[in-house]
Write a protein that binds this ligand. Structure first.
Ligand SMILES: Nc1ncnc2c1ncn2[C@@H]1O[C@H](COP(=O)(O)OP(=O)(O)O)[C@@H](O)[C@H]1O
Ligand SMILES: O=C(OP(=O)(O)O)[C@H](O)COP(=O)(O)O
Length: 398
């Protein structure tokens, strides 16, 4: 795998370099357009700065959220361009489309050392299409913009998408420093985790992570499940979960996983149940056997937090992905805080993976340096630990 250092060594002054970044940053739930955590933008700064300072014409591209293959103002990267400019200390030009007339004109007008951010890649159906020809056609358009390709979007390397998988096949390609570092740390954790090895999972992308649980089960000593995904497991155990997040079609899979796990999957024993998804909602701690039918669980309860913390305390390796509750709303942040604090205290190595989990560490004011590694990719790091080939990494290795 060639790296950014190799490219810089070859010289990039006056050359056009396409940087795939993961600028899928979280926004303040109450204030649309306001970025709540810019960790992912900061993580790609060393790459952008190095290229800019070496005189490259830098074309940055990213996805944001999950728009449906067409422009959708809710998912514009415009606020991210502004923030990136502030972080870089130099203007970031923003193109109002990805490969359209505006992008073409702005790429053509780039001068040495300038940085341009294209509009959301996922405004184009070719980015995420399962049809190789459709993806390829979009990658052809992107390839016209640049002489070189650098992938620094670790959070997206598990996606077989045009900008991640097809584009590097069309341009000389290099791994950015962030991708190199993330892969190095995760390789160590997946190949030789010191035991006991505890994995903590939460968040809301339930079906994404059920497959991961299956693959991780044989490798871990304990798998703690909180967040939105625990309710499908609780349902599988026969509990009623009210209006909580539930993937009915996965209940049977959860039953099988629980049977296979032989006690190694640990579920909450209580939750904070609220009348609605809001910071002002009426809420109370409920035993999992007594979740009211008209309420939804938005955090694990205090007894669960203690239970999880004691399982974490003896671990030598902890991997954590996915908040334990809706930590963005103060009444539902205690579970995530408690679990995160327990992880900071272990006598061993910890990895935090995922945009929202990393954001939780920072927005809850926890000491980032108390974690072994904070990864910018949740799904990506999980799939790496699972032992899957990551399309973005495979494409860089070719
Ligand atoms: N009980 C819950 N119900 C609904 N959403 C939840 C619940 N617990 C956590 N979440 C939400 O899950 C989101 C993070 O999920 P996810 O994207 O899977 O994590 P990550 O980005 O760390 O991989 C957060 O925005 C959080 O509010
Ligand atoms: O936020 C991301 O993943 P993560 O929440 O698993 O860390 C990445 O930007 C990938 O986004 P996607 O899961 O919509 O492909």
């Amino acid at each position: 795998m060639k790296t950014l250092d190799d490219l810089l060594g070859e010289g990039v002054s006056g050359r056009r370099v396409f940087v795939r970044a993961d600028l899928n940053v979280p926004f303040d739930k109450g204030n649309p357009g306001v970025i709540s955590d810019d960790g992912r933008a900061r993580a790609v700064l060393p790459t952008l700065t190095a290229l800019r300072d070496a005189g490259a014409r830098v074309i940055v591209a990213s996805h944001l959220g999950r728009p449906k293959g067409a422009p959708d103002p809710k998912f514009t990267l415009a606020p991210v361009a502004t923030r990136l400019g502030e972080l870089l200390g130099s203007d970031v030009i923003f193109a109002n489309d990805t490969v359209g007339a505006d992008a073409q004109a702005k790429v053509a007008a780039l001068t040495d050392g300038q940085v341009l951010l294209l509009e959301n890649l996922r405004f184009n159906e070719g980015e995420t299409s399962k049809d190789e020809a459709v993806r390829g056609a979009f990658a052809d358009e992107l390839a016209k913009f640049a002489d070189f390709y650098v992938d620094d979007a670790f959070g997206a390397v598990h996606r077989k998408h045009a900008s991640v998988y097809d584009l590097p096949a069309r341009l000389p390609h290099y791994a950015g420093g962030l991708v190199v570092k993330e892969v190095e740390v995760l390789r160590k954790v997946s190949e030789t985790p010191e035991k006991p090895y505890v994995v903590v999972l939460g968040g809301s992308k339930v079906s994404d992570k059920l497959a991961v649980i299956q693959a991780l089960l044989p490798k871990v000593d304990k798998l703690l499940v909180g967040g939105g995904m625990c309710f499908t497991f609780l349902k599988a155990q026969g509990y009623e979960v009210g209006k909580s997040l539930l993937e009915t079609e996965m209940v049977e899979t959860c039953q099988q996983l629980l049977a296979e796990a032989d006690g190694r999957i640990v579920l909450p024993v209580d939750v904070v149940a609220a009348t609605e998804f809001s910071a002002d909602a009426e809420h109370a701690v409920s035993d999992i056997a007594e979740i009211p039918a008209d309420r939804l669980g938005l955090d694990i309860g205090p007894r669960s937090t203690e239970l999880f913390a004691s399982a974490i305390a003896g671990a030598r390796t902890v991997f954590w992905n996915g908040p334990m509750g809706v930590f963005e709303l103060a009444p539902f942040a205690a579970g995530t805080r408690g679990v995160a604090e327990a992880i900071t205290k272990i006598d061993g190595f910890s990895v935090v993976g995922g945009g929202d989990s990393a954001a939780a560490v920072r927005t809850l004011g926890l000491d980032e340096s108390a974690f072994g590694h904070i990864s910018t990719g949740g799904g990506a790091s999980l799939e790496y630990l699972e032992g899957k080939t990551l399309p973005g990494v495979a494409a860089l290795e070719k």
